[in-house]
Design a binder for this molecule. Structure first.
Ligand code: DNO
Length: 357
């Protein structure tokens, strides 16, 4: 396993590569070409420049999160092949630059969804939070406006204003798409991209839906062990793999996270490790907790142990952190709390490893 941090690229992240390099044990970043719209081609030169920039700062470019999938592909629109061709060319260019991990998602309209970006916790820190009743009472068109004020001047991935301006159009595109159609469209996409992934040994790692249930009446298909195994079986190729995001699958308390990990040997290519705290009044209200087990609902030792037991050897990253020590930055993606998360996960890993010798 390699410990990494997500980084949004020069000019987009509030955190520098110099800072990331000083977090003990972090050797790589997971990054992206942030200005690219879904469906747009990534040239080899652009990828090369990004990689060189990261390497010049003493870090590895350990994977891409994300190469976003165009909505025509997700909805199976008549022009989907044009966008899949561009995706294949992008993968080819990534392969030529020796990049072998691509995280993506297949969520309709919204990427991850939270109702608060700065819920104040008892210790005075702030965290991202979700409340289902708020979502149930909200017009999806207002979702962006309701959280935009808390983004601290950053542009959060999946919540780009240009995308949110087209929200009505996007909903229209998905009006006839149910879970089964979305699943078929995912399989179609995977079957078309597998040859280029085989050629360059690129591990595709689908990110789960967050939260792990349908929101605003939109279908969601990557939500549970059964559903992810169905995708793995439908395209039974090791390059068709998973981003195991504990905080996303974990939104559904019925998901047994260590058991899910053990059901996916060889298919987890990337891990996001994060803790959540469910509030006692409802399993549909939670906030993102500090990483240690004692601060939230999950047993983080068991999650990391399950990854270790299946010989997980891909990049791992701490996930959303709180804003602590007065930091102002992209919600979830500040420096301090994620750095604490990285060293905590490294500590768990070392203890597990030494215990097994
Ligand atoms: C949220 C992230 C997601 C993830 C995408 C992958 O913070 O985990 O936005 O990057 O769903 O495409």
């Amino acid at each position: 396993m390699e410990m990494t941090l997500r980084w949004y690229g020069p000019g987009h992240d509030t955190i520098s590569l110099e800072q990331i390099r000083q977090i003990p044990g972090v050797t790589g970043v997971i990054t992206t070409l942030y200005d690219k719209m879904p469906g747009e081609l990534w040239t080899q030169e652009e990828i090369h420049d990004l990689k060189r920039y990261v390497e010049e700062h003493g870090l590895n470019l350990s994977g891409i999160e994300s190469v976003n999938v165009h909505d025509s592909i997700k909805t199976g629109a008549p022009d989907r092949d044009k966008y899949i061709d561009a995706y294949i060319e992008t993968l080819e260019n990534l392969g030529k630059e020796d990049i072998h991990l691509v995280c993506y998602n297949f969520m309709p309209v919204f990427d991850w969804t939270r109702t608060e970006l700065a819920r104040v916790l008892p210790d005075g820190s702030t965290a991202l939070a979700y409340n289902q009743t708020t979502v149930d009472n909200m017009d999806p068109a207002n979702m962006f406006d309701s959280i935009a004020g808390d983004m601290n001047g950053t542009v959060m991935p999946g919540w780009e204003p240009e995308r949110m301006e087209k929200i009505k159009e996007l909903f229209e595109m998905y009006k006839d798409i149910d879970e089964e159609k979305l699943f078929e469209n995912l399989v179609y996409f995977l079957e078309r991209i597998m040859p280029v992934c085989d050629k360059y040994d690129i591990n595709m790692a689908i990110h789960p839906d967050d939260p792990a249930w349908p929101v605003f009446g939109l279908p969601r298909i990557i939500t549970s062990k059964e559903k992810i195994l169905r995708v793995m079986k439908a395209v039974d190729n090791k390059h068709n793999g998973v981003t195991f995001c504990a905080g996303s699958y974990g939104t559904n308390i019925k998901n047994d996270l260590p058991e899910m990990i053990r059901a996916l040997p060889g298919r987890i290519h990337f891990a996001h490790v994060r803790n959540l705290k469910f509030n006692s009044f409802s399993p549909l209200d939670f906030e993102e907790a500090p990483h240690p087990s004692q601060c939230g609902t999950f047993d983080m030792y068991e999650i990391v142990k399950a990854l270790h037991d299946i010989n997980f050897d891909g990049p791992i990253r701490p996930d959303h952190g709180r804003m602590i020590w007065g930091e102002v930055g992209m919600p979830g993606y500040g420096l301090y709390d994620r750095a604490l998360g990285a060293t905590y996960i490294l500590g768990l890993w070392e203890a597990i490893e030494k215990n097994q010798k």
